[in-house]
Design a protein around this ligand. Structure first.
Ligand code: MIG
Length: 849
């Protein structure tokens, strides 16, 4: 509300260029606000690999302002900037890569980042830099007679209206112990009119203009039954916005964990031409421009400009700052069967047996909150789960795993060891009066572990040790839910902003990090219980930038309606683009009961998405894949089996996500950056660079309109191996049997020849290569493999990374990374070449030499 009172115009900030200092790491100078005269410190630096960072903090704050820790994987390596001009209120900084220049204008203060003389991003060009400096509390100031005189009643009232020191939210009173502290700034993206990112919203892939509506909100909340096409934030946030135009992709990463709003407005402006140039006199062209205004409730301004220039460069730049996707254990790429709840040991066994009976592969069965003793996590309901270890041994024999839920709220029960210990050690978040914050959640009155404290995280991680977590075995993995955190009857169903964390930080400052930290501690716990040997699997609902380091994310409580199946595609693509490759939506839709056709369509889509789990609500009818008649069972089975056959390709894509930050699931435009018609496509996507998947999201569909991009491309029907006659938009007939999937010419996809009961049953199944030729009759592809569960690929280089090339009628297999070695008995049993034209007269095999 306060920031919105500031409208575009001339900024009141002026740079004091005389204060400039230059070091190997950065350039620093101060800026002053013409009215309040408060000094801010500006720091600009260049980070290796075309990244620029702009930080603005108070020059001498009353109290250290919150700076988000633990999200940057390390202190970024900076590069020296050079001053190439400093005169008449202008400072020009040149990057080591001379093509980039930063032009700082002193009055009003503005920064423009240019590439070869052309503006790419400018900051504060609309004058929306906003920075609330910390002030002593009103009560202290009242003590001075001077203040008493100037603070008239009406201005006091006005201040209260704006919620400077306290604010009412329904029946909740938010006391702002440190007063107003919000920050904001505008960025203009020159030449861009397509922007993406900033999850999580049930929204379209392309971010919309917000000028006549709500801003995109980044504030992690548990909104049950959330609506489609809404800009309110749900569950998690990643404050990364991507912008794309045919010759460049860029990103703005706004590192701030407090409640954040993002306003977006795209317009056409006259082309920016240097004064006096020939172009200036010529007729001016209209070019697009996107203004992005970020507003956060607290913290500092810390913005990273990712300069691409390609989408893949931008992904790498973000990964350099926040890390890459953790390599998942192979089992977690299989199918997961979940429900709230699988009731007891018998139920678990029966569902498990059902999969075998129907010959449906699956890897993991899940237990929701009802498995515990009264929602005391890390315990078991003594009646329903009398012998959890025995149940897990049964699953182990079947080469399957168990995932159980562990939420962050702890039942306030002195007899519950976890609670007693945490209370004793002072590990809970406090309320503003210093008492343990108590809220209502599943167990009733509960306290919330303060995961922002490293000591709490270590202690929490220790709870997963096999000897501590009674009834657990090493086939048990973890699901973190309710970690926004969800607080029933709390303001917006979350924790009050004036609750107090480690280091006397207010909840408002750290809110969006809460779930990130729980997943971090949980993943650490699973690694430690195996003495550092095994890869963890942790699914989280809440997340932040960097959550990809710790496991998987799902999109929360969707509804069993067609619209939610449809919106899951842009939601997953958005997560994928901001680093979180391992993502999925509840197959079937969590709330309600899908009609069989919707369920079938959802399985078919999920089979081609990174995290593949069927899940349903407590009130929903049972939904195991064989409950919908023989025909539907058979189609769902086929979809799940397709997934298992595709796992070598998917695992290879995850390896690439892990090592070089390529999203597993990607929007079409990322693969076809020059093709305008792909920029807004969200009803189909690429899985890696080779597969184009078009889920069917309409009831009763007889045909779907598919875009096969690139006139120079060849596309093949993935199942029938048939070359498509054309590219462009085609009407493709569909039946209920499957969804359209196409292989792109020029690629090789590794598959397994058949599916078995679970990934572990498939270790020895041989491979099959699908070689799809391009116009030059060439193709390339890769296969990555390792033991599928340990860190030996990293520590001992125990992996195989092969490259397949088809060229001049020769298919060859070569080493893609000579540093790795791994022994496998699996052979390539079958090769299918698509687009070969005629039957070859003979085929011979040879090895080098
Ligand atoms: O508000 O643990 O999104 O997947 O089954 C319900 C019970 C709490 C919300 C999760 C959902 C899970 C459910 N949880």
């Amino acid at each position: 509300r306060r920031q919105k009172l500031l409208h575009p115009g001339k900024s009141l900030y002026r740079a004091l260029l005389d204060s400039l200092t230059l070091s190997d790491d950065n350039v620093k100078f101060q800026i002053i606000h013409e009215e309040n005269k408060v000094l801010l410190q500006v720091e600009i630096c260049e980070i290796e690999g075309n990244i620029f960072r702009l930080k603005i903090d108070e020059a001498s704050p009353l109290r250290e302002r919150y700076k988000v820790p633990d999200v940057l994987i390390k202190e970024p390596t900076t590069q020296r900037l050079f001053i190439s001009q400093k005169a008449a209120g202008i400072l020009v900084l040149t990057s080591a890569n001379v093509d980039y220049k930063l032009q700082v204008t002193a009055n009003p203060f503005q920064v423009e980042l240019q590439f070869k003389g052309e503006a790419v991003v400018s900051m504060n060009s609309n004058g929306l830099l906003y920075f609330e400096h910390l002030q002593p509390p009103l009560s202290d100031r009242k003590a001075t007679a001077e203040n008493e005189k100037t603070t008239s009643d009406s201005s006091k009232e006005k201040q209260e209206d704006l919620g400077l020191w306290q604010e009412k939210f329904g029946s909740f009173l938010d006391i702002k112990a440190h007063g107003p502290s919000s920050v904001g700034m505008d960025f203009s993206l020159h030449g861009f009119d397509h922007v993406y990112g900033i999850p999580q919203h049930t929204e379209a892939l392309l971010l919309k203009n917000t000028s006549d509506g709500d801003a995109y909100r980044l504030y992690n909340l548990d909104i049950f039954g959330h609506k489609i096409h809404d800009k309110i934030g749900i569950y998690g946030s990643v404050p990364l916005l991507l912008a794309h135009k045919p010759n460049r992709t860029s990103g703005i990463f706004w590192l701030n964990s407090s409640e954040t709003l993002v306003d977006i407005s795209t317009k056409a402006v006259a082309e920016h031409t240097p004064p006096g140039s020939a172009a200036e006199t010529a007729k001016q062209r209209a070019v697009p421009l996107t203004d992005v205004r970020w507003m956060s409730e607290s913290g500092i301004i810390d913005a990273f400009l990712l300069m691409g220039p390609t989408a893949f460069d931008t992904f790498k730049q973000f990964a350099k700052l926040t890390g890459t996707q953790a390599l998942p254990p192979l089992f977690s790429l299989g199918y997961h069967q979940c429900r709230w709840n699988y009731e007891d040991e018998q139920d678990v066994k029966a569902v498990d047996a059902g999969f075998d009976e129907h010959d449906i592969p699956y890897d993991v069965i899940w237990l929701d909150i009802e498995h515990t003793d009264g929602k005391r996590y890390f315990t078991w309901d003594k009646k329903k789960f009398q012998n959890p270890r025995k149940m897990q041994e049964h699953l182990r024999k079947k080469k399957r795993k168990l995932v159980v839920i562990v939420d962050p709220h702890i039942k306030a029960d002195p007899a519950y060891t976890l609670y007693a210990q945490a209370k004793d050690k002072g590990y809970f978040v406090k309320d503003r009066n210093g008492k343990d914050f108590e809220g209502i959640c599943w167990p009733g009155s509960s306290c919330y572990l303060d995961f922002t404290n490293p000591e709490v995280r270590k202690w929490y991680a220790d709870q997963f040790a096999l000897q501590t977590y009674k009834g657990s075995t090493n086939i048990l993995f973890i699901w973190n839910d309710m970690n926004e955190p969800s607080v029933f009857k709390g303001a917006e169903l979350t924790m009050q902003k004036d609750a107090v964390h480690y280091n006397n930080r207010e909840h408002r400052e750290v809110h969006n990090l809460y779930g990130f930290y729980q997943q971090m501690a949980t993943a650490e716990g699973l690694i430690r219980r195996s003495a550092g040997k095994e890869r963890p699997f942790v699914l989280t609902r809440s997340f932040f930038a960097g959550s990809q380091n710790y496991g998987a994310v799902w999109t929360g409580d969707n509804t069993a309606e067609w619209g939610y199946l449809k919106i899951s595609i842009p939601m997953l693509l958005t997560l994928s683009m901001v680093g979180i490759s391992f993502c999925g939506a509840d197959v079937g839709g969590f709330i309600g009961d899908p009609e069989p056709e919707l369920l079938v369509r959802w399985y078919q889509a999920g089979a081609y998405q990174p995290f593949f789990r069927g899940h349903s609500n407590m009130e929903s009818k049972r939904r195991e894949p064989w409950l919908f008649g023989e025909k539907n069972t058979q189609i769902i089975t086929k979809a799940i089996r397709e997934r298992y056959v595709l796992l070598p390709y998917l695992y290879t894509l995850f390896y690439r996500a892990h090592t070089v930050a390529e999203p597993v699931m990607r929007p079409l435009w990322v693969e076809f950056p020059g093709k305008l018609e792909t920029f807004g496509v969200e009803n189909e996507y690429m899985l890696g660079n080779a597969l184009l998947v078009h889920p069917v999201t309409e009831q009763d569909a007889k045909a779907v309109s598919v875009l096969l991009p690139g006139s120079e491309e060849i596309w093949y029907d993935f199942r029938k191996f048939k070359q498509m006659e054309d590219t462009g938009t085609l009407m493709i007939p569909v039946t209920l049997e499957n969804i359209p999937v196409f292989q792109r010419g020029g690629t090789v996809i590794p598959l397994k020849t058949t599916a078995r009961k679970s990934t572990e049953w498939m270790m020895d199944i041989s491979y099959e290569l699908h070689v799809a030729l391009d116009k030059e009759a060439c193709a390339i592809g890769e296969l990555y493999l390792d033991d599928g569960h340990s860190f030996q690929y990293l520590r001992k280089k125990q992996f195989l990374y092969r490259k397949f090339t088809f060229h001049k009628n020769i298919l060859s297999s070569s080493c893609a990374d000579g540093s790795g070695q791994y022994h496998t008995t699996c052979v390539v049993e079958r090769v299918i070449v698509l687009g070969f034209g005629q039957q070859p007269t003979f085929v011979t095999a040879c090895s080098k030499g």
